[in-house]
Ligand binder design. Sequence first.
Ligand code: 3HC
Length: 307
Amino acid sequence: MAAPIIHGVRTVGVLGAGQMGLGIAYVSALRAKVPVLLLDKSKEQVSSSLKFMDKLLAKDVSKGKIQDIEAKEARDRITVLDYDTHGIEGFRDTDMVIEAVSENIQLKRTLFKSISEAVNPDCIMASNTSSISITKIAAATIPEGVSASSEQGRKYAERVVGLHFFNPVPVMKLVELIAALQTSQSTLERARAFASACGKEVTTSKDVPGFVSNAVLMPFINEAIMTLEKGVATKEDIDKTLKLGMAHPMGPLQLADFIGLDTCLAIQQTLYQGTGDSKYRPSVLLERMVDAKWLGKKSGKGFYDYD
Ligand code: 3HC
């Protein structure tokens, strides 16, 4: 079956095959039905992510959510690019690249510069960042010596947009769409159409630290960590209070483990540095746990222990 064209997007590149990148590749291939090129420096990460994806597809088939043929077609739409052979150059013929690497502004700026040099002049460059300024990322795409306000400079930066998916991507229904100061209307429309084709509802947020989602979620998580730090209640009772008292699917400490404590800390630091507001200051306990490399579910230990 020929791949659909969603607002000019025929092929998508996904940079980063961690839990977010894997989920984005999954919904792009299964829901939007577009070919996906997946790129990650770590071969181990790619291989464990693909194993997890196979399990998810098999589970969806066994539950009757999708047909066997749909699962096979989705899997066939995903091509893994070898980092050593292709690098970011492998995204040359894609119409949209979605970056899903860790929350590090320098890393993202360097990668977006490379992406902008590699891809064609119509390609959308989207970041799945949880909190970092899309405007700062967009500015990194302008070649040296080119003025940001010139037509040439604007043609780079106007194709950068924030496309913030939620974990687990196959399950969560939302994508937050963030326009940088430089983002064009056409980029926004194309990105919105793509997120909808992935089966997501779309909300928009201004480019402020943490956008809407994490500016609200992270103080909530941090407050729960400080409540634990102060000895007000056990971790189980803090989580149970929010789960049973307020019908949250997970308690805040369990959710922090699920997101990744390093990711929570990086977002909180971005919020605190970006606003100067003490309500965003990360708790000492969170910092210490990240120092100890207790990063939550992915590392086997966080507020709780995992197999
Ligand atoms: N990947 C894909 N699918 C997953 C999954 C994963 N990592 N984890 C669970 N699922 C699927 C299961 O396979 C199951 O699918 P099914 O209905 O077809 O069987 C379904 O989700 C429900 O799973 P379970 O029955 O095992 O468990 P729960 O009912 O407890 O649901 C949960 C698990 C969906 C994770 C639920 O606890 C939940 O919604 N938690 C809150 C998650 C949340 O708030 N996410 C947002 C985090 S913030 C964020 O991402 C922003 C970032 O910037 C920090």
